[in-house]
Design a protein around this ligand. Structure first.
Ligand SMILES: [Zn+2]
Length: 469
């Protein structure tokens, strides 16, 4: 039996691990490698094995860096089952199709430039049509229910608490009469996050564990502080009669904010003011949440009990909350007077309707832009975090008078302390730990911390490394 590390090795994107057992191969995850355009196309087109020779995929969750290379795998000949939880399939339906459309529009943009230089067009890495084909191959499973991945291999999902549907996988593999057990953490969530359950811990003996290490050298702020900051920011905007514009990722973060606003209004901590979710993808993802209320944590279930008494309909539905669909509805928000709240994507203010909302509100002092996630260098979101006075948006320069506020501590990933705690029940019961899905510096720190906690055999595989059992 062999594990080959093909992606998310000493980096955080392109999650893809190939396991060969009895001469047959299957994948854990098939995510997009994200980085500079030139490097990424090449990387994403090279798989750990010929896609035609891969029997199955086990998918941890629907985030792009774990799932969005699946349409490409299918395009190159993979036709086996893609095993995932029910909620992951629902999320993947929107996210993979969305990713297909982005690939198509990227290719159109590049080809326009190439045509000007007299160069031949390139092909989109994959299309929405390819995404639809990948979706046909999904095989869904409940948490805690064992299923066959391929002959000789079974798996069970438990809740990773990272995004809706996210799973930790326990695999049992049999080769030449010998049994092996391997754990794959996927991305591990955090305790006490809104809506989602806390990550489940693995309580079994393992020959090997593949474990994420994104924040292996950092501890997050307490999420309890975040809701207090949100309350204060809303109150300030209400006092000024302005608009509160919140750029947010469609999955997870937006639902956290929508739910918190609901809680703050119901408890009377903020006044009841209109909230617009102005992103079709965010609205669709919120609908999926509502289809899977059985996956909500105890606190959210209790809130729903009370909520029904108020005549509301779950954490993500309340009278002040409007999901806008059409472009006209989106534009209409510009002409409304505050106080009101707009939540829109993309999370780093690079594309989508949020860019219009920021353009339209940035020059009035009564408005506030609230940043709720990490912003990559060179993005408009980063320029806002840096509180620049003059900000260029689509070539036009704006003089920022709107306030910018920042909420930290909303990460969906376990931090250093939480990763160690998550591992603790495996003490003395895990053969080898392979750290994946992290940059080298956090990985080295986490390895040292695990060693100090009596986990002896911790490895940091490089891209292409293999390990034989
Ligand atoms: Zn993730």
């Amino acid at each position: 039996m062999q594990i080959k590390f093909h992606g998310a090795a000493q980096t955080v994107t392109g999650s893809q691990h190939l396991i060969t057992v009895n001469g047959k191969k299957f994948l854990l995850d098939c995510g997009l490698f994200q980085g500079r355009r030139k490097d990424t196309a090449e990387r994403n087109r090279s798989f750990s094995a010929n896609p035609k020779d891969i029997e199955a995929v086990v998918l941890s969750h629907a985030h792009a860096d774990h799932a969005a290379n699946l349409p490409n795998l299918v395009k190159h000949g993979f036709d086996g089952p893609i095993h995932a939880t029910n909620a992951t399939e629902d999320m993947a339906e929107y996210m993979l199709r969305d990713s297909g459309r982005i690939q198509e529009s990227d290719a159109r943009y590049i080809n326009k430039k190439r045509a000007k230089r007299g160069e031949p067009p390139i092909e989109a890495m994959y299309t929405e049509e390819d995404a639809l084909e990948a979706l046909q191959l999904f095989n869904c499973h409940d948490y805690h229910t064992e299923f066959e991945v391929m002959p000789g291999v079974t798996a069970t999902f438990s809740d990773a608490g990272h995004i809706l549907g996210s799973a930790i996988t326990t695999l049992t593999l049999e080769e030449k009469g010998k049994k092996y057990r391997i754990g794959f953490s996927g991305d591990i969530g955090r305790n006490n996050k809104p809506i989602l359950r806390d990550p489940e811990k693995l309580d079994v003996a393992l020959d090997a564990l593949l474990m994420e290490s994104t924040y292996g050298n950092r501890n997050h702020n307490d999420p309890g502080q975040a809701i207090i900051k949100l309350e204060k920011t809303v109150k300030d905007v209400v006092r000024k009669g302005g608009k509160l514009v919140i750029p947010s990722f469609a999955v997870g973060r937006s639902q956290d904010i929508v739910y918190w606003l609901h809680q703050l209004m119901d408890s009377g901590r903020i006044p009841r003011i209109p909230v617009f979710v102005d992103s079709p993808l965010t609205s669709n993802i919120s609908k999926i949440f509502s289809r899977h209320e059985d996956l909500y944590d105890r606190e959210t279930q209790d809130f729903m009990g009370l909520d029904h008494k108020h005549g509301h309909d779950g954490p993500l539905r309340y009278p002040e909350l409007h999901y806008t669909a059409s472009v006209d509805e989106s534009k209409a928000i510009n002409h409304m007077s505050g106080p009101l709240i707009v939540i829109s994507a993309s999370g780093m203010v690079e594309t989508g309707r949020i860019v219009h909302h920021v353009r339209n509100t940035i020059e009035q002092p009564e408005n506030t832009i609230l940043i709720v996630s990490w912003q990559a260098p060179h993005t408009l979101g980063r320029r806002l975090v840096e509180k620049k006075q003059r900000i260029k948006i689509w070539g036009d320069e704006f003089h920022r008078k709107a306030d910018v506020q920042i909420i930290n501590g909303l990460s969906a990933h376990a931090d250093e302390k939480e990763l160690i705690e998550w591992c603790n029940p495996l003490k003395g019961r895990v053969g080898k730990i392979f750290l994946v899905h992290g940059e080298l510096t956090p990985q080295q720190n986490l390895k040292a911390r695990l060693n100090a906690n009596n986990f002896e055999h911790v490895y940091i595989p490089k891209q292409g490394d293999t390990f034989d059992f």
